[in-house]
Design a protein around this ligand. Structure first.
Ligand code: ADP
Length: 190
């Protein structure tokens, strides 16, 4: 399963809950990059310069990382990708990776939220978590990059009959229930 939605839509929060309900790992490319930045690994050094500006890390780096991660044992029964794919090239790369492993996507969930709400949430998170990319200019840039490169992927998955949408505005529990109801309606069950 793939999770789409702008920065601040609540993907990370909801990914953890969906993961628990469905019994599959949530794989967040942003979290993997941040762990590598914190650990000062080679991958972290490559990713940091892009992340700090709100730009996407190059596909060559990101694709290899995802391929490696989804081949791990805990992902054998399925997984949820949070933050990947983010570009059309990544969509094609993911399709190729899955085909090679004899797998295919079951569903793509888009969590929607309007710009002003997400900016407000991200600024609040900035003051709580101290993320290097949660400053207002970088947040605006991330939203711009999302709108240009990632938002169009929803239509692409919709054309493939894989897209399910859920409104990300409201209390966390309320959004989770909305998502689980939408997934069940699409035939996704634990
Ligand atoms: P956001 O809330 O902005 O979506 P994430 O934690 O998902 O935050 O990602 C943080 C940063 O990590 C992104 O701005 C980007 O630089 C990098 N990143 C994460 N996933 C990808 C990806 N699939 N392709 C390229 N860069 C990525």
């Amino acid at each position: 399963m793939v999770l789409l939605g702008p920065p601040g839509a609540g993907k990370g929060t909801q990914a953890a809950r969906i993961s628990e309900r469905l019994g599959i790992p949530a794989i967040s490319t942003g979290d993997i990059f941040r762990a590598n930045v914190a650990g000062e690994t080679e991958l972290g050094k490559q990713a940091k310069q892009y992340m700090d500006k709100g730009e996407y890390v190059p596909d060559s780096v990101t694709n290899a990382m995802v391929k490696d991660r989804i081949a791990q044992d805990d992902a054998a029964e399925g997984f949820l990708l949070d933050g990947y794919p983010r570009t059309e090239a990544q969509v094609n790369e993911l399709d190729a990776m899955l085909a090679e492993a004899g797998l295919a996507l079951d569903v793509v969930l888009e969590i929607t939220a309007d710009n002003e709400v997400v900016v407000e949430r991200l600024l609040k998170r900035a003051s709580e978590q101290n993320r290097a990319d949660d400053t207002e200019p970088v947040i605006r840039r991330r939203l711009e990059v999302y709108a240009g490169q990632t938002a169009p992927l929803a239509a692409l998955y919709e054309a493939k009959g894989l897209l399910v949408r859920a409104d990300g505005i409201g209390a966390v529990d309320e959004v989770t229930e909305r998502i689980m109801t939408a997934l069940e309606a699409a035939g996704v069950r634990a």
